[in-house]
Design a protein around this ligand. Structure first.
Ligand code: N2P
Length: 342
């Protein structure tokens, strides 16, 4: 009799465990490469008893294309500023329930109320950074200070450009002295021609440029600040410059798509990311800036004020935010298609 009891207890327990396992929620994160580390993921999984799956994209336009094509499985996405505006306009984002995100109060006001989501109804800031040129100072001499170095034939096949239409057309626009957000078809045409001229020199268009730099596949890369910073850890001769003609700056945000299967869990994840000690891990891993001032207490000294993250004022003054060009986007799209097709 006693054995019978034990047996049924064991059976019940097994059923219970299996059932829990079946019900284990899965949080699907769609983000940039190198943005969510294993320990951030694992920390949340452990605490919430869920699974976190991370998938990556190379550009904001890739993310948009996926969502417009009807991808519905994602709970968390990380668009940049101008793409947040576009996704809001396309009605693709869910409104955030702040009751589930009490750590919202940890965010510095400096990163809130931006043009792309004035009341932060749909987005919270994740990181910030710039685009520029990473180069191996042991090979590329003298230290470049202009986008023009990416048109120098002596570096043929030794550098990469971002696989990102706004950034890469943006680099050519800046070299020509134009705005990143031009709506003048002539200026777009000039930038397109510049990039078509450059194409025979380019080894690869790749957004995960740190991989090429670390492997030594390129000695120079058009890339984002944090990725350059990460590359320096393996190759200390790598430096990063924001060209004198100016460049882009960005805030990458965390948003929840309207179609998210696990909205509340996604909000809990956002809240977790905003804990100072977790947010510090984001900066320590991504090498992009933190929007949570108290996270700095958990950061090693060299990451608190690093020049890759905090450029000097005169450099900051030369930076532009990418903006949604509205209907004019089709000119950027077409130029990019033509460049890639050449
Ligand atoms: C990180 C890419 C940074 C995203 N690998 C730039 N918005």
């Amino acid at each position: 009799m006693r054995n019978k009891y034990i047996l049924s207890a064991v059976l019940l327990l097994t059923l219970f465990i299996c059932n829990c396992d079946e019900q284990k929620q899965q949080l699907n994160v769609f983000t940039w490469a190198g943005y969510v580390s294993d320990d951030i993921r694992a920390g949340f999984e452990k605490e919430y008893g869920v699974t976190v799956l991370v998938d990556t994209y190379a550009s904001n336009e890739d993310l948009l294309a996926k969502l417009l094509a009807g991808a519905t499985g994602y709970d968390i996405i990380m668009p940049s500023d101008y793409m947040v505006s576009i996704l809001i306009k396309q009605n693709l984002l869910a409104e955030l329930n702040r009751d589930n995100i009490p750590n919202f109060q940890n965010i510095s006001p400096l990163f809130l109320g931006k043009y792309f989501d004035i009341d932060n109804q749909y987005s919270i800031p994740y990181t910030f950074g710039t685009a520029g040129i990473a180069y191996d100072s042991a090979v590329v001499t003298p230290d470049p200070d202009s986008w023009a170095v990416l048109w120098d034939p002596q570096y043929k096949n030794q550098f990469s450009m971002l696989d990102d239409q706004r950034e890469t057309i943006g680099a050519a626009l800046k070299l020509l002295g134009y705005s990143l957000n031009t709506t003048d078809p002539e200026e777009i045409k000039a930038a397109k021609e510049k990039l078509i001229d450059q194409k025979p020199l380019v080894k690869q268009y790749k957004s995960e440029a740190e991989e090429l730099l670390i492997a030594g596949d390129v000695v120079m890369a058009h890339c984002w600040s944090g990725d350059a910073f990460r590359a320096t850890e393996t190759r200390p001769t790598i430096r990063y410059v924001i060209p004198k003609e100016g460049s882009s700056q960005f805030i990458d945000a965390v948003c929840i798509p309207k179609s998210a299967p696990h909205k509340e869990l996604a909000e809990q994840f956002i809240n977790y990311l905003l804990r100072p000690e977790v947010n510090a891990k984001i900066t320590a891993f991504t090498k992009y800036g933190t929007c949570v001032p108290t996270a700095k207490e958990y950061l090693p000294e060299h990451l608190r004020m690093h020049k890759f993250i905090y450029p000097p004022k005169e450099v900051l003054d030369s930076l532009e935010w990418l903006k949604d060009p509205g209907d004019f986007t089709r000119h950027y799209n077409r130029a990019w298609e033509e460049i890639k097709a050449k």
